[in-house]
Design a protein around this ligand. Structure first.
Ligand SMILES: NC(=O)c1ccc[n+]([C@@H]2O[C@H](COP(=O)([O-])OP(=O)(O)OC[C@H]3O[C@@H](n4cnc5c(N)ncnc54)[C@H](OP(=O)(O)O)[C@@H]3O)[C@@H](O)[C@H]2O)c1
Length: 312
């Protein structure tokens, strides 16, 4: 499948490596800032370069578009790509509000297209295996997940510090909430939360979600402090510790009488299976992915909106 990439920043430069382990190829890149002496262009002279995003969408050879622009631009370019009948893989968060995701869902229907949020967690093998292993905990009592890093040294012109799209909930809230909501798998009864805001930017958040099935999930995220990234699921018969839970390649099950180590090495890297899943879905003429649907993406945003509303 021939991919066109919109925006050639950090994550797009990772994508071009991840895709080499899949059935996809980088056919074109649209970048406003790429230079002729860019090392990627020098090494890959066959890749077509556009300096205008729209021109890439007009290229009939582009079958799929990977949107690697700052969050605020996702919705506009997803809808434009769908209008050009391109299958769309869009970086997370797919959009900044549940209403915007509703508009994307409508556009997918209108143009009979396909769209996937690049939230890789559920698309790696380790996650599906985790969902099976949770059953050995008996009744689950609590789930904890964090995603905290210190970005205070990065350029203040970054989208992370832009009032219209910056902050921790926009940047990594989808990873934390996507994990908690899918595993708790129950309607929410109560939302408690705390958000630290500096200069109009959500620097960190903490949330406690009580679900109707009795599970209590706590999540935290930050762009101003480092913390070891992990998730911990506790149940009546033991617990599961998952390092780097947003891209699971290993976890430990601790039961009363035994400890079980699970390992799921990536083929390629943590983004490869997401790309391959996208390709397989599009070949099957699906409109969205079965593990991470657009409704799932919308629900995550709705809960992020509740977290903001209930913040102390
Ligand atoms: N899935 C993941 O784990 C993961 C990891 C990192 C980032 N992301 C997501 O990927 C998206 C891009 O992140 P990134 O870290 O790659 O960002 P980045 O390095 O800043 O790159 C973003 C690109 O967007 C383009 N752009 C257009 N308008 C811009 C503006 N006003 N300011 C800055 N850039 C602008 C630029 O592309 P050109 O100059 O090339 O046109 C730039 O290279 C974000 O939504 C982020 O959440 C996902």
């Amino acid at each position: 499948m021939k991919f066109g990439i919109l925006g050639f920043g950090n994550i797009a430069r990772k994508f071009v490596k991840s895709i080499t382990y899949s059935d996809g190829v980088v056919y074109a890149i649209a970048s406003k800032s790429i230079q002729d002496h860019d090392s990627y262009i020098q090494k890959h002279p066959s890749v077509k370069i556009y300096h205008d995003y729209e021109k890439l969408l007009e290229d009939p050879n582009v079958e799929a578009v990977y949107i690697a622009l700052p969050h605020f631009d996702h919705k506009e370019w997803i809808i434009k790509a769908l209008q050009h009948h391109k299958a769309v893989l869009a970086e997370k968060p797919i959009a900044l509000s549940s209403k915007d995701i509703e508009d994307i869902i409508e556009a997918v229907k209108q143009y009979d297209g396909y769209c996937l949020e690049a939230l890789k967690t559920k698309l790696n093998i380790g996650y599906q295996s985790l969902k099976q292993d949770i059953k050995c905990l008996g009744k689950v009592h609590s789930i904890y997940a964090n995603f905290c890093s210190d970005n205070q040294d990065i350029d203040k012109h970054s989208y992370l510090f832009d009032k219209k799209q910056g902050g921790a909930l926009n940047d990594i809230g989808t990873y934390v909430l996507g994990f908690l909501l899918d595993l708790a798998n129950s309607p929410i009864k109560k939302v408690e939360s705390n958000i630290q805001i500096e200069n109009g930017i959500e620097m960190n958040f903490f949330t406690k979600l009580t679900f109707e099935n009795g599970i209590i999930a706590t999540g935290e995220g930050a762009i101003n402090k480092e913390k070891e990234r992990y998730a911990l699921i506790k149940g009546e018969k033991g617990e599961i510790y998952i390092p780097m839970y947003n891209r699971i390649c290993e976890y430990t099950i601790r039961l009363e009488k035994e400890t079980i180590e699970r390992k799921y090495p990536f083929h390629g890297d943590d983004m490869t299976l997401e790309i391959q899943t996208f390709i397989d879905d599009v070949k099957q003429h699906l409109h969205e992915n079965v593990y991470h649907s657009l409704q799932d993406a919308k629900y995550i945003q709705e809960v992020i909106e509740m977290i903001r509303k209930h913040a102390a």
